[in-house]
Each structure stands twice: as structure tokens, then as C-alpha cells.
Ligand binder design. Structure first.
Ligand code: SF4
Ligand code: SF4
Length: 205
């Protein structure tokens, strides 16, 4: 897995050790930026930093654990209802005539949002580049859960953060009988006997 260095400027004491050890000149203590285009992920800066201000973060996150269709379907229903509840609490706060009711509804609005975020995380929607998130956003763009759902922003998010999980197909090798999975775009070849495409057949999951 490839990594990139990220500096936490709150912890940085600007002693420039990272600058001295970096082999590519990626760190810049003047503007506190680590240039992602120059960083080769060697980790020397993180080791040298006396303040623990540099973390090495994965460049590509691994795919999420897959979820059963029934779980995904239930989480769609739940999050839809939670989004509606949040919207109602927001409307009640906006139309409330008393300060107490306003604050209560604002607290509801925030707590419902937090619960909804937890449901989404637990249902496999932690990473914006996962298949689940992409599929859900596409669903919401077509059929918005709320009248003011920001479809253009959701579309922008889809365009900016590509999916990191390529579709997988399962094959059986007609020569050696091996069953294996190949991601879209990978070479079609049996990993056991090296039989090529015309000797592989697709099988259902
Ligand atoms: S990880 Fe290596 S290349 Fe990247 S900023 Fe740190 S020292 Fe430089
Ligand atoms: S080595 Fe750490 S504390 Fe020093 S300038 Fe670099 S990031 Fe900041």
C-alpha cells in the first residue's frame, strides 16, 4: 500500500527536521505544506519529527467489508427515516416561538444527525470511495430523500472521489477446475495453471 505524509500544523514546532531528511523536497515549513505530488511516502519525515506532527496516511484506502443485501436495504430505509426526522426537527426549530423549544429542536436535529451517521458507518458507508456510498448517492440523485437534497453536490462528490472497488467476476478454469475471482480490467488468466481467457468460464456468485 502506498502512503503520503500529512503534517498536523497544530503539533508542528517548525524545527525543520522533516525538511532536512526529505529526499524529494516535498516538505515546506514556510507554508506548512507537504507537496503530495513530490512525496514518495518513504516515511523519513515522520520518523525524524520530534513532535509526532507527521502521519503517514494510505494513498488508496482498502475496499470495505462487503455487506449483505438485506442489511443494506434496511439501512437505506433507516437513514431515509432519520433524514426525514432531522428535517422535521429543523423545521420545528425554525418555526418555534419559544427559545426553549428552539434549543430542544436544534438538539434533536443534531442528535438525529449523529445517530444517522453512526447507522451509515455501521452499514458500510464509512468511506466515500466505497461501492455502497457510490450506489447510495446515485440512488439519491435519481430519487432524492428530501425536497432540498443537494443533487448537484452529490454528483460533484461522485465525480471527485472515484470508486476504489472494481466489479469482480468469478471464473472456473475448464483445464484445472480452479475457481477464482478477477477484478474488471485485470488479466484473464487462471492463477493455478495459467490457462487463458478462452478456457475460463464465468460462474455466478
Ligand atoms: S514521506 Fe518521504 S518523501 Fe514524503 S514528505 Fe516525508 S520524507 Fe519527504
Ligand atoms: S520535523 Fe515535525 S515539528 Fe519539525 S518542522 Fe517538520 S513537522 Fe514540524
Amino acid at each position: 500500500m502506498k502512503y503520503k505524509a500529512v503534517r498536523n500544523i497544530r503539533l508542528c514546532t517548525k524545527d525543520c527536521l522533516c525538511l532536512y531528511v526529505c529526499p524529494t523536497g516535498a516538505t515546506d515549513t514556510e507554508n506548512s505544506i507537504i507537496d503530495v505530488n513530490k512525496c514518495i511516502g518513504c516515511g523519513d519525515c515522520a520518523k525524524a519529527c520530534p513532535s509526532g506532527a507527521i502521519s503517514m496516511v494510505p494513498q488508496d484506502y482498502p475496499p470495505q467489508q462487503s455487506k449483505e443485501a438485506s442489511i443494506l436495504s434496511l439501512s437505506h430505509v433507516l437513514t431515509h427515516h432519520k433524514a426525514r426526522q432531522e428535517q422535521l426537527a429543523k423545521q420545528l426549530a425554525q418555526t418555534s416561538s419559544s427559545d426553549e423549544l428552539y434549543r430542544l429542536m436544534k438538539a434533536f436535529e443534531k442528535s438525529i444527525r449523529l445517530v444517522n451517521e453512526d447507522i451509515l458507518r455501521e452499514s458500510g458507508y464509512m468511506l466515500p470511495q466505497s461501492t455502497q456510498v457510490h450506489d447510495l448517492l446515485k440512488t439519491w440523485i435519481q430519487d432524492p430523500p428530501l425536497d432540498d437534497f443537494p443533487r448537484d453536490i452529490a454528483q460533484k462528490l461522485l465525480d471527485m472521489i472515484p470508486c476504489n472497488e472494481l466489479p469482480v467476476k468469478r471464473y472456473r478454469c475448464k483445464v484445472c477446475g480452479a475457481i477464482f475471482e478477477i477484478k474488471e480490467g485485470e488479466e484473464l488468466i487462471c492463477p493455478i495453471c495459467q490457462a487463458t481467457q478462452d478456457q475460463l468460464e464465468i460462474i455466478d456468485f
